[in-house]
Design a protein around this ligand. Structure first.
Ligand code: IDP
Ligand code: MG
Length: 236
């Protein structure tokens, strides 16, 4: 390898031979790495790097011939590169109508914020019946389905998209068991609710459903791809 150059976050930058190795949505890219010999790889969360200088010791402005003459080898710090390519998931979190009515919106958002995940979408929304039915289509055969749809459409919900490595499973842990009486203290449902039919919050149950639900509740233009300043303090 000769040299690598770091570019800022254009999510629509070039394709690559390495890109196919990563089965992630375009939406979640926030940066790119470009190898000067027509090898371009895209990665995320370059802000997790402590600037390009700590990653690449070889100046990208030197010509190939000059570098060869000087026998300069780039010093890529591999752990940073690997960490940056860890699978960033997205999850759909929703404060249900009871959570909104009970004034728990701030409390619930705060739990995910404090944990260190990245908020990429947020809106207060009156959910139409069709959307609620589509969202919960896997539960269609359950006897509680009609009541569930009535509950979810009974008032505004707060829709959120969150992003991060391991965010789907971690959010489920933060939320707690479906039945709030069985949810551990310290979890959202364990601390703030008493009944399954009023369990204040929803969280996607798999990375696939995370993508599906974020796409269902948000238009691409509603989502914000940004780099929190705290990122280098959250992931090495
Ligand atoms: P989850 O929200 O923990 O993923 P699911 O089994 O996917 O739990 O159920 C979706 C939602 O359906 C629950 O959060 C709850 O609001 C509702 N629900 C599930 N089981 C029951 C039930 O037995 N009675 C009433 N509502 C239920
Ligand atoms: Mg579920």
């Amino acid at each position: 390898m000769e040299a690598l150059a770091v570019f800022g976050g254009n999510p629509r930058v070039s394709t690559s031979s390495l890109q196919s190795a990563s089965a992630t949505s375009k939406r979640s890219w926030s940066g790119s790495l470009s190898y000067t010999h027509n090898l371009t790889l895209r990665t995320r969360h370059l802000s997790a790097f402590h600037g390009s200088s700590s990653l690449f010791s070889c100046s990208p402005t030197l010509s190939h011939a000059k570098r060869r003459a000087r026998k300069i080898r780039p010093n890529i710090f591999l752990p940073h590169l690997i960490a940056s390519m860890e699978d960033v998931e997205e999850t759909y979190i929703m404060v249900k109508p009871d959570g909104v009515q009970r004034g728990l919106v701030g409390e619930i958002i705060s739990r995910f914020e404090k944990k260190g995940f990245k908020l990429t979408g947020l809106k207060l929304f009156q959910c139409p019946k069709e959307l609620a039915e589509e969202h919960y289509k896997d539960l269609q055969a359950k006897p509680f389905f009609p009541k569930l749809i009535q509950y979810i459409t009974s008032g505004p919900v707060v829709c959120m998209a969150w992003e991060g490595v391991g965010v789907v499973a971690s959010a489920r842990k933060l939320i707690g068991a479906t039945n709030p009486l069985q949810a551990e203290p310290g979890t959202i449902r364990g601390d703030l609710a008493v009944q399954t039919g009023r369990n204040v919050v929803h969280g996607s149950d798999s990375p696939e459903n995370g993508k599906r639900e974020v796409a269902l509740w948000f238009k691409e233009g509603d989502l914000c791809h940004w780099t929190p300043v705290q990122q280098p303090w959250l992931r090495e």
